[in-house]
Design a protein around this ligand. Structure first.
Ligand code: GPV
Length: 836
């Protein structure tokens, strides 16, 4: 309760979403004020970063009314709110996006002009990107929060405010070098801190029984340690609406600033150590994309943010004057993979131990409120925690999980009497060898819905990953194909195309992405094709500038830009693409250039620091780039570039500049992919396998406008039983020569050892079937070259890719979750005044 009496007026500007106006003049005044009063500097001496901070604060002022109105409306009402639980939110730069959402880009540019210094692009460029995620999963969470706000759904993201996000990648001597990501160093203006709403989270200790006032026996957890979670909220504006949701990120601080006991004994060192240990919880993001390391700190992080979030949600329930029994009517929880799946046990603990509900009632609430999204079939990514570790960190949760499991297995026994093997297979506890908690089983048992992230993937979740669960609960399993926001990934990232679309479809096209269909009849219009090509060329020039600045490699913007950007993984097969490049290079060396067109092959992506083969693949790409780019024989037909430090910001430069999108994972292994969608939306043609969402992209854009290759999931499964990769080598002309060249050090300054493990990996085991897919891949690459040689045919296909990619908007995905999984309705936010 506040010490300030009711009736004290809000600022005069409250209710005015413009906070003193949205004109360039108003923005200029706001910036001048913030330069002086917030940053303590004079306009004359302001640096680019000062201007960035001043503009950000002025823009932040203008979203505050929306943010508070959204919160007020939620607090007062009873609408069901989406809680999106995710260990990662890869939100990207905020200033440019918020200007777009508010419709203030031109005004910001004009306000800056009045300062007479750097322009808007230069100011946007100094923003540090919060790298609070690894890749697709984290970026998906960010797109989903943006669509939730844009579609006016009440929602909160819940996650961790890592002090150090994903490392920055530098390339030295061709190798990846990791550099600490100090995104907070200059002050980050996009978070609102609410220390008064901090919550306490326990770790370790033991569980005991006691009798409550009614004489009933209860269990209680006595943790050995506690940490405090301090909420840091990032406002998430909707596009041209009043709704402004938030992502609530928890920062860990010590429960007490020092341990009083230790302090009194004079052991100040120990007292401070305790503080350091607590704050380690939110110190750093684990940089592994889709592999489970089983590290204790990782489980601590998961429990920390999940417990903070659930306690926070129960608190808002109380603010609404609603009883805990109504939890599932007020909140719907989406688990972004199993990283937050401890929520199942923690919600049960809060309801049963703290709020004293009966088990059955608590279980009904838990299962009515939680849904689970699976993002991978790869066994190395399925989280398991050894029971010993789990029990020492979360003893009460382990008890609860055993109880959930016992009741679940009893249900299975009734369903399939005598089938002991079924019990073993579905048990939440893995029993062979070291006992472990299988988090995907916990999530699946509790969730009211389990979804995969593309049609093929959701099918494989049912048939390959969880066939037993699918037989038990056929109605529980569903698909929601991923989507990406057309605001950041088209309207913001691709200014030339955004302008053309505005003229063609009307200015509000970003809120009505289905209108892209109206481009179809223009696909064969030569005037429109020319304007289309001019947009693409402008974006390619921009990217060529980035490449030149980064790596001094000069690329020709009129060449075919063939791009593969994503985390480096063997299953994503960047080394298949690299091998294809080496073969093209050999063709050039042999003068067999018939049918080739000038190409620039661009790679980008980070390798997990401990993933040695992925790092060698980066080294290999650097090696072929260096050799090929320096070889005068190639007469402009082939250039190779590795873009260092691929992240959201760089992605905004990359997707609009692509002609060809490489989506070449082994069929059945990429759950969905979302980069594939960003490329298609920006008019790139895909060369890809029938994997993840590629299947649906091909269906949507038309089979003629997609270069398909490779074995299908079923064919790969068949091959697997008897695959001898070395037998495939002779099927590809020049491949033997290419492999010899690599092994003899042609791409490593004569070092014959460097790439041997890579060659061995391919020819020896080839776990990802590169050689089986290579012949067909080469045919498809030739098809791409042939189409490129006919500019009008290429432009037509490019236009059709954009025109038919509206389906891959995150607005569509969020509407599907809202209707089929969450049962939530939009709730437009009223502020008593209209948005311009
Ligand atoms: I599990 N994904 C990811 O980025 N990190 C992870 O830890 C896991 C999955 C990705 C998948 O690999 C992509 O196929 C998918 O498009 C993306 O999640 C979003 O669903």
């Amino acid at each position: 309760s506040s010490p300030v009496p009711h009736g004290i007026p809000v600022p005069a500007s409250y209710g005015d979403p413009q906070r003193n106006g949205l004109t360039a003049n108003d923005l200029f005044d706001g910036m001048a004020e913030h330069l002086f009063y917030t940053l303590g500097t004079r306009a004359e001496g302001a640096s680019v970063h000062d201007l960035y901070m001043a503009l950000s604060h002025a823009v932040r002022d203008r979203l505050m009314t929306r943010h508070l109105a959204t919160k007020d409306q939620l607090r007062a009402g009873s609408a069901k709110v989406v809680a999106y639980f995710s260990a990662e939110f890869l939100i990207g730069p905020q200033l440019g996006n918020n200007l777009l959402m508010l419709g203030m880009q031109a005004e910001a540019a004009e306000a800056l002009r009045r300062f007479g210094g750097p322009g808007l692009d230069q100011v946007l460029d100094v923003e540090e990107e919060p790298g609070l995620g690894n890749g697709g999963l984290g970026r998906l969470a960010a797109c989903y929060l943006e669509s939730l706000a844009s579609l006016e759904f009440p929602a909160s993201g819940y996650g961790i405010r890592y002090e150090f996000g994903i490392f920055d990648q530098a390339i030295r001597d061709g190798w990846q070098v990791e550099i600490t990501d100090k995104w907070l160093k200059g002050g980050w203006p996009w978070e609102l801190v609410y220390p008064a709403q901090s919550v306490s989270v326990g770790f370790g200790g033991h569980v005991e029984s006691y009798g409550d006032e009614q004489g009933a026996e209860r269990r209680r957890w006595l943790p050995a340690h506690r940490a405090l979670g301090v909420p840091h909220d990032v406002p998430v504006l909707g596009y041209r609406v009043n709704s402004c949701d938030r992502i609530r990120l928890w920062r860990a601080v010590a429960a007490e600033s020092f341990d009083v006991h230790a302090f009194n004994e004079g052991d100040f060192q120990r007292a401070v150590q305790e503080k350091v240990a607590s704050e380690t919880l939110s110190k750093v993001l684990y940089p592994n994309d889709g592999t489970d390391q089983g590290k204790r700190l990782r489980l601590e992080q998961q429990h920390f943010f999940v417990s903070c979030s659930l306690q926070d949600m129960l608190r808002t329930l109380a603010l609404r004057g609603a009883p805990v029994q109504s939890f599932a009517e007020h909140w719907t929880v989406q688990l972004n993979d199993t990283h937050p799946s401890i929520a199942v046990a923690e919600l049960m603990r809060l309801l049963v131990d703290e709020h004293r509900l009966g088990w059955d009632e608590a279980w009904t609430i838990t299962t009515a409120s939680i849904a689970y999204t699976n993002h991978t079939l790869l066994p190395e990514a399925l989280e398991r925690w050894e029971v010993g570790l789990f029990g020492s960190l979360l003893p009460r949760h382990l008890e609860i999980i055993y109880e959930i499991n016992a009741r679940f297995l009893q249900q299975v026994r009734l369903h399939a009497p005598g089938d002991l093997d079924l019990l073993r297979r579905v048990s939440i506890i893995h029993e062979d060898g070291t006992k472990a908690v299988r988090m995907a089983h916990l999530a699946t048992v509790a969730a009211h819905h389990v979804n995969g992230v593309a049609a093929l993937h959701s099918q494989l979740v049912k048939t390959d990953l969880f066939p037993d669960f699918a037989a038990l609960w056929p109605g529980k399993f569903t698909n929601v194909t991923n989507g990406v926001t057309p605001r950041r990934w088209l309207a913001l990232a691709n200014p030339p195309l955004a302008r053309l679309l505005g003229e063609t479809l009307g200015d509000d096209w970003p809120a009505h992405i289905e209108r892209l269909r109206q481009l179809e009849p223009l696909a064969t219009d030569s005037g429109f094709q020319q304007r289309w090509a001019a947009c693409k060329l402008a974006c390619k020039r921009r990217l060529a500038g980035v490449i030149a600045e980064q790596s001094q490699v000069l690329v020709d913007p009129t060449s075919l830009f063939d791009i593969q950007v994503k985390r480096i993984h063997e299953y994503k097969r960047q080394h298949l693409n690299a091998l294809q490049v080496v073969l093209q290079y050999l063709r050039i060396k042999h003068g067999e250039t018939e049918g080739m067109v000038p190409r620039t092959v661009i790679f980008g992506g980070k390798a997990a620091p401990g993933y040695w083969m992925a790092k060698l693949i980066i080294r290999f790409i650097s090696g072929i780039a260096e050799t090929i780019n320096a070889d005068p024989d190639n007469r402009g037909l082939l250039r190779v570039a590795f873009l260092a430090d691929y992240n959201v910001k760089l992605g905004e430069r990359v997707y609009p500049a692509a002609d060809l999108s490489e989506q070449i994972s082994t069929a059945g292994l990429e759950a969905s992919g979302t980069g594939n969608m960003k490329f298609a939306l920006n008019g790139a043609l895909t060369i890809g396998t029938l994997d993840g969402a590629n299947v649906e992209i091909r269906q949507q854009v038309g089979t003629d406008n997609f270069f398909l290759f490779g074995h299908t999931t079923e064919q790969i499964a068949e091959l697997r039983s008897d695959y001898r990769p070395w037998e495939w080598v002779e099927k590809v002309p020049l491949l033997r020569e290419a492999l010899d060249l690599i092994e003899r050090g042609h791409f490593s300054n004569g070092d014959g050892e460097l790439f041997r493990p890579l060659v061995q990996n391919i020819v020896g085991r080839d776990s990802y079937f590169l050689l089986a897919d290579l012949p067909d891949y080469l045919v498809s690459q030739n098809d791409a070259s042939r189409l490129w040689a006919d500019p009008s045919a290429w432009q037509r296909a490019s236009i059709l890719n954009t025109a038919r990619s509206g389906y891959f908007s995150s607005d569509r995905a969020i509407r599907e979750y809202a209707e089929r999984v969450w049962g939530v309705e939009p709730l437009p936010v009223a502020m008593g005044c209209e948005v311009s």
